[in-house]
Design a protein around this ligand. Structure first.
Ligand SMILES: [Zn+2]
Length: 399
């Protein structure tokens, strides 16, 4: 017998970027949406219909850049400790972070790497996709050049072999490849650029290898040169991209390379550094500059996927998605456009089918947030419902 559910809601944001629709009725059969029609609230008391007349339906969300192994704690001792923690302890931390994502309606995350590939191991040994609706895409250990930034989240190629050779012979079976191609942003000097870690040829060899095995390449890069090299090599997504400049933004639009700006990292620094200090001032300037770049990206037609870098200092799993949505809106995105960055665009970047968009014939995977759209994104803190392929899930369930 087929299972049918009918849900009435006050508003629907479908993930396309278009405006919210008012008073809609979702008809779900066997886990799929069979129709979306207008709803007449005079007859919402019909048998079996579920009424969310004062709430908003929106697609499940994607955080396209997280580090599940790490928390956003700003305690230096705890930060140091979590980097060196063994798998048994870390697996508990990862579970907690996944539970947090789920409770805010984030049903897919892309991990940017960790030093010991704990997240990859966790995904392989502990994730039962039939039990946990959170989709986790992992990069295992990222690659960086020996002696340069990146040891927190990865390792360099072994001595005397090229980056491409290292990637090719890597025994870790990961979903995508993460390369670090610049340093971190300076908190002392505004706009200071670091040198690229790899050349365009080295990176393009990696892209070719990835393509052969059906994997994508995400590149950490800040500054004009490191970003230009990543784009020239044909990476699939550019992570952070602080101070990349207009030319690189235009190239991204043209080549349809996805940008994951992680602006909330700088917001967190600006709030955590000592008030009035140089670091607090520079991180605020870094944030403002990134918001200008995001605004330009929107104008140039760059595809932006929301990513937070959760696990970075002051950037907390789950709630950081709300922070980053607010920053996209500050940079000029309309709410439905910001939601698209956090749903449809992320789903496509992660290669998840049937995800991030609400329409007829799609899987009935969505969230219901209390109140009208003007309450978003804060209303993600108090969801009425998470629906995964037609099943209502209790986000408090143990993972
Ligand atoms: Zn990261």
């Amino acid at each position: 017998m087929s299972e049918t559910k009918i849900i009435n809601a006050g508003w629907l944001i479908d993930g396309s970027g278009g405006p919210a629709r008012k008073n809609i009725r979702l008809h779900i059969q066997n886990g799929r949406i069979v129709s979306i029609t207008g709803s007449d609230y005079a007859d919402t008391e019909k048998n079996g219909e579920i009424d969310f007349g004062s709430s908003t339906i929106l697609p499940c969300l994607v955080d396209s850049h997280v580090h599940l192994c790490m928390s956003g704690t700003d305690d230096p001792v705890a930060r140091k400790k979590q980097i060196g923690t063994g798998f048994d302890e870390t697996k508990v931390i990862i579970s907690e972070h996944i539970r947090r994502h789920l409770s805010y309606g984030v049903l897919a995350v892309r991990d940017g790497g960790d030093r010991f590939a704990h997240t990859l191991r966790y995904r392989n040994e502990y994730i039962d996709v039939n039990k946990i609706p959170v989709c986790i895409r992992v990069s295992g250990r990222a690659w960086h050049r020996a002696g340069r930034y990146g040891s927190l989240i990865g390792r360099p190629p072994q001595e005397n072999i090229s980056l491409a050779e290292a990637v090719k012979t890597d025994p870790e079976v990961k979903d995508h490849i993460k390369i670090v191609n610049s340093g971190l942003n300076s908190l002392k000097e505004f706009g200071k650029e670091t040198l690229p870690q790899f050349g365009a040829e080295e990176l393009s060899d990696v892209v070719k290898i990835a393509l052969k095995s059906g994997r994508r390449v995400m590149v950490h890069a800040n500054g004009k040169k490191p970003v230009a090299i990543a784009l020239e090599a044909g990476c699939d997504s550019l992570e952070h991209g602080f101070f990349m400049g207009d030319e690189n933004l235009k190239i991204m639009a043209e080549k349809r390379i996805v940008w994951v700006p992680t602006a909330c990292t700088m917001k967190a620094y600006s709030e955590l550094m000592k008030p009035g200090s140089r670091e607090a001032g520079v991180s605020r300037m870094n944030l403002d500059h990134q918001l200008e770049q995001i605004s330009k990206a929107r104008k140039f037609g760059v595809t932006v996927a929301l990513g937070t870098d959760s696990g970075s200092m002051g950037v907390h799993h789950g709630t950081a998605v709300i922070e980053e949505l607010k920053l996209l809106i500050t940079a000029g995105y309309a709410l439905p456009e910001a939601i698209r960055c956090a749903s449809c665009n992320g789903g496509r970047l992660l290669g998840i089918e049937d995800f991030g968009f609400i329409s007829k014939d799609m899987a009935a995977t969505f969230i219901v947030a209390k109140g009208d759209p003007s309450k978003l994104p804060d209303s993600l803190l108090s969801l009425d419902l998470i629906c995964f392929k037609g099943n209502f899930i209790n986000c408090k369930d143990e993972i």
